[in-house]
Design a protein around this ligand. Structure first.
Ligand SMILES: O=C(O)CCC(=O)C(=O)O
Length: 402
């Protein structure tokens, strides 16, 4: 991102209040109980524990494959979700010895499951995603080591208004700011990077020198997330009755961000109403979240109930961002989520928690205007065209405390 672009986007911050009615309108059909919306975004971070992944309770169920009608986004036609759907991507990747017919059949089945999850709650857990567990574990561990460094070391690469990545210390962000809720800073720290592709037009990534191998691991993990996001979007395209490659040219210079979050262990239980990350929606297209087994991620369903996103081994939690909801004319929803002390441990001091979120964003200059299959004479486009970057920068500014 050029400095002039940053400056002009900084000027947009003053207009955020004026934009809220539009943002709120975009969320009303999806989340009728939400008083207002804005989001969180392109910063990211994480921190995770090194314990081996273990079997978790699997109270979630696979989304059923219900045929969809792209132009229909009426909230009355979608089920109320009380657990996060689990979708297995295995068989959707081309592989030696697997026929193209078999891959096509699996893709079509999974695309329907994705469409149903995106219409009903905007969240799902994926398994069978093909990302190496070895890569995940080593990136997780090195990230944990990074957060263990002294503040002075971490502060060498800071998130500022001219560099939207880097380190953000405790209290640097309030995710619920802008939602008409408490703007108390969240008790967490983060580290984030953006794309290294010069065509994306972002500032070069600034890398910590410590721990050793941090850069190499993060680059590898970022690249694997890029591929997974592209695969998910090709399935999303099919779920919206578009050709599988419909998003390809719209994401080839993407400005996605990878952010690790560290929620420190606390020495006393949270006060009533206190959360670890405030309720917010994400900004972009899709988010790919890796969380540890500490738990606490909750998603608000259409009835206004908080549903636990229970950690499952070898999985990622996927959610849609505001951009995708708007692009799909609110056929798909971008849903409020937050991190709390898990209800079963409410009286205990919170354990250290780490997460890593890949916030996928499309090309910055992509015009976001209603997807052709998401409109009809009865459901004309609800929102005027806007560039992807303008949408994102407004939301980033709204949740940042600097
Ligand atoms: O830490 C988590 O699990 C969720 C973080 C999150 O929602 C975000 O950074 O946007």
């Amino acid at each position: 991102m050029s400095r002039s672009l940053l400056r002009s986007n900084a000027a947009l911050r003053g207009t955020i209040a004026a934009l809220r009615p539009m943002q709120m309108a975009s969320s009303l059909t999806a989340q009728t109980l939400m008083p207002s919306r804005s989001t969180n975004h392109a910063r990211m971070m994480t921190r995770m524990h090194t314990l081996p992944r273990v079997a978790f309770s699997s109270s979630t169920t696979a989304a059923s494959a219900t045929p969809s009608t792209p132009a229909s986004s009426s909230s009355s036609s979608v089920p109320l979700v009380q657990s996060i759907p689990v979708i297995n991507l295995s068989g959707t990747f081309p592989a030696p010895g697997v026929s193209s017919e078999s891959v096509a059949a699996r893709r079509s089945e999974v695309a329907k499951q994705i469409d149903e999850a995106c219409r009903s709650i905007g969240f799902f857990t994926i398994e069978g995603h093909g990302i190496s567990e070895e890569l995940i574990q080593r990136t997780w561990t090195i990230t944990e080591k990074y957060f263990d460094l002294e503040a002075e070391e971490k502060n060498k690469i800071q998130m500022t208004k001219d560099y939207p990545y880097g380190y953000s210390g405790f209290g640097g962000e309030s995710l619920s700011k802008g939602y008409g809720q408490s703007s108390r800073p969240d008790p967490k720290e983060s580290f984030a990077i953006g794309p290294s592709n010069p065509a994306a037009g972002m500032p070069p990534v600034q890398w910590p020198r410590n721990p050793k191998e941090f850069q190499k691991n993060w680059q590898e993990y970022y690249a694997s997330m890029e591929r997974l996001a592209a695969h998910l979007l090709s399935l999303c395209a099919q779920g919206l009755n578009l050709p599988p490659n419909w998003f390809d040219a719209k994401i080839d210079r993407h400005r996605s961000a990878l952010r690790a979050l560290n929620y420190p262990k606390l020495d006393k239980p949270l006060e009533a109403g206190q959360v670890r990350a405030g309720a917010h929606t994400d900004y972009g297209s899709v988010t790919i979240l890796l969380q540890d087994r500490v738990g606490g991620l909750q998603v608000r369903n259409r009835a206004g109930e908080w549903v636990d996103a229970i950690p499952r081994p070898h999985s990622f939690v996927i959610n849609l961002g505001d951009l995708m909801a708007r692009w799909s004319n609110d056929r798909w929803v971008s849903t409020l989520h937050r991190v709390v002390q898990p209800p079963h441990a409410a009286k205990l001091p919170p354990a250290r928690r780490q997460s890593m979120a890949f916030f996928h964003n499309v090309n910055h200059d992509q015009i976001i205007e209603c997807i052709p299959t998401c409109q009809s004479a009865e459901q004309p486009p609800k929102y005027p065209p806007i560039t992807a970057w303008d949408l994102l920068i407004q939301k980033h500014a709204a949740s940042t405390t600097y």
